[in-house]
Ligand binder design. Structure first.
Ligand code: ATP
Ligand code: MG
Length: 458
């Protein structure tokens, strides 16, 4: 169902309910009030008659005279004895039915209907001269009131219908005015859908605020998509470029082997080593590419938990020292320093930084773990070749390597730090770098301790 139709339907139905409720209330209040007023008036008159009758009691003629003198403009009076028999009946119209209510010694009032004629009535007790309690019932025709009720009823029904029709059309106009910008935007979006590339919507000064906001969000989304697309393209291009070099090398060496391999032993040896080296490089590159795409999608397998950094880094140190053949010196204030992170990705993260420290230095590597009230810091320090100032901002870019020629020798892919950046982002860790050429480099990982407390409160 269209939004406009929905709004229109809801408002019309709600207004109908409200208008009908109000009109019903008006009708019944008026009816009750009118009948009540009529009955009160009749009751007052009845009490007067009762008093006068009390004085005139003695002869039937007197009673009749009193009742006659009070006879209503339109109605009848009935006097009942204790057995419920009718002693006396005076009426203004012979066409009125012979009906009356049962004998009753209480005083009450009511609305009754005989032969489809509406009457208000009061019933009053009177002590007769013989000591019996008689029952005086006075009836007044109120058909004129019911005619009024009928007219009122029709007026209210017709006015309800008119109000509903007016509300329906007003509603249509208002809904159209409100939804016009949205429909306009939908139209524009459909237009961009048919054009190729990432087309932006133009934001007009005269557009409403909501429309402007919507258009701007749409444009931002388009920009994000475009950027993402461009990044992906660049990534594929870089990856193919990186893979192309080893493939070219392997290709040219295999050509050489084809030609001279059987006759020249020196070429045979050189080619075999070169091909093996390049194959290793390709293997490493594809492994790095795989772990990069895994890191970017690792959020599904992301399980943050409370980890003791000291214990974790000691484990990594013991694992890597024999591989590197170098010392990794650890310094920490306390044996227990907790952070909340995903264990696997944190392990991978430390390995990336330690790997760089190992590759780009030749001395021992240092790890400092410190803590203040707000943060826990891990510094990974090497005293190696350092990073030039102008390159520091770029080292986290995919495939970026400071010295390409040397990097080829160290066998790097330039993906390590971009994987680290993804992993750090996921674990809400801030990474910073300080470096000086030929002095060394320090990577600092900053863990927010608020996260750790949050975890404890859970
Ligand atoms: P990979 O990590 O995929 O094996 P890589 O080490 O070349 O390859 P990154 O880890 O992303 O790639 O690092 C990017 C570049 O930053 C490196 O090529 C190197 O030039 C520079 N770099 C990173 N860490 C250090 C360091 N500790 N000392 C000096 N230079 C570094
Ligand atoms: Mg690296």
């Amino acid at each position: 169902m269209k939004l406009g139709t929905k709004i229109q339907l809801y408002i019309t139905v709600m207004s109908a309910i409200v208008v009908i409720l109000i009109n019903t209330f008006v009708y019944f209040s008026y009816k009750n009030f009118s009948l009540d007023a009529e009955m009160s008036q009749l009751e007052g008159r009845g009490v007067n008659i009762m008093q006068e009758l009390q004085n005139a009691i003695g002869s039937d003629a007197n009673t009749r005279a009193v009742l006659q003198s009070h006879l209503l403009s339109d109605g009848f009076i009935v006097l009942l004895n204790e057995t419920g028999g009718q002693e006396l009946r005076i009426t203004t119209s012979a066409s009125y039915p012979e009906d009356f209510e049962d004998y009753n010694t209480g005083q009450y009032r009511d609305v009754v209907t005989y032969n489809d004629i509406h009457f208000v009535m009061v019933s009053l007790p009177i002590i007769w001269e013989n000591g019996e309690v008689y029952n005086l019932q006075i009836y007044e025709n109120i058909e004129f009131l019911y005619d009024t009720f009928n007219i009122l009823q029709w007026i209210l029904i017709i006015s309800t219908l008119i109000i509903l029709v007016v509300i329906y059309f007003l509603n249509r106009i208002i809904t159209n005015v409100i939804l016009k910008p949205v429909n306009k935007l939908i139209g524009k979006m459909k237009e961009t859908e048919n054009t190729s590339g990432y087309t932006m919507l133009e934001v007009n000064k005269n557009d409403t605020k909501e429309l402007k906001d919507l258009s701007e969000s749409f444009n931002e989304m388009m920009l994000d998509l475009k950027e993402n697309d461009e990044q992906q393209q660049a990534f594929i291009m870089n990856a193919s470029h990186e893979l192309k070099t080893p493939i070219t090398v392997i290709d040219s060496y295999s050509q050489m082997l084809k030609r001279f391999g059987k006759t020249r032993e020196d070429i045979l040896d050189e080619s075999i080593f070169a091909i093996s080296d390049e194959a290793k490089r390709m293997k490493y590159l594809t492994e790095q590419l795989l772990s990069f795409s895994k890191a970017a999608q690792a959020r599904e397998n992301f399980h943050p938990e409370k980890l003791n950094l000291v214990q974790m880094i000691s484990g990594i140190k013991n694992r890597l020292e024999p591989v590197y053949g170098r010392n990794i010196d650890m310094h920490y204030d306390m044996d227990y320093m907790f952070v909340t992170a995903d264990a696997d990705s944190l392990d991978q993260l430390f390995k990336i930084f330690l790997d760089n420290a190992y590759k780009y230095s030749s001395d021992d590597i240092k790890i400092d773990i410190t803590q203040n009230n707000e943060y826990t810091y891990v510094d990974i320090i090497d005293s190696g070749i350092g990073i030039p100032k102008e390159d520091i901002d770029k080292i986290f870019n995919r495939f970026y390597r400071v010295d390409k020629a040397r990097a080829r020798k160290t066998g790097g892919s330039g993906l390590g730090l971009s994987i680290a950046e993804e992993l750090a982002k996921m674990n809400e860790i801030k990474v910073s770098v300080e470096s000086a050429i030929d002095e060394g480099t320090t990577f600092t990982l900053k863990f927010d301790r608020a996260k750790e407390e949050e975890d404890e409160n859970q």
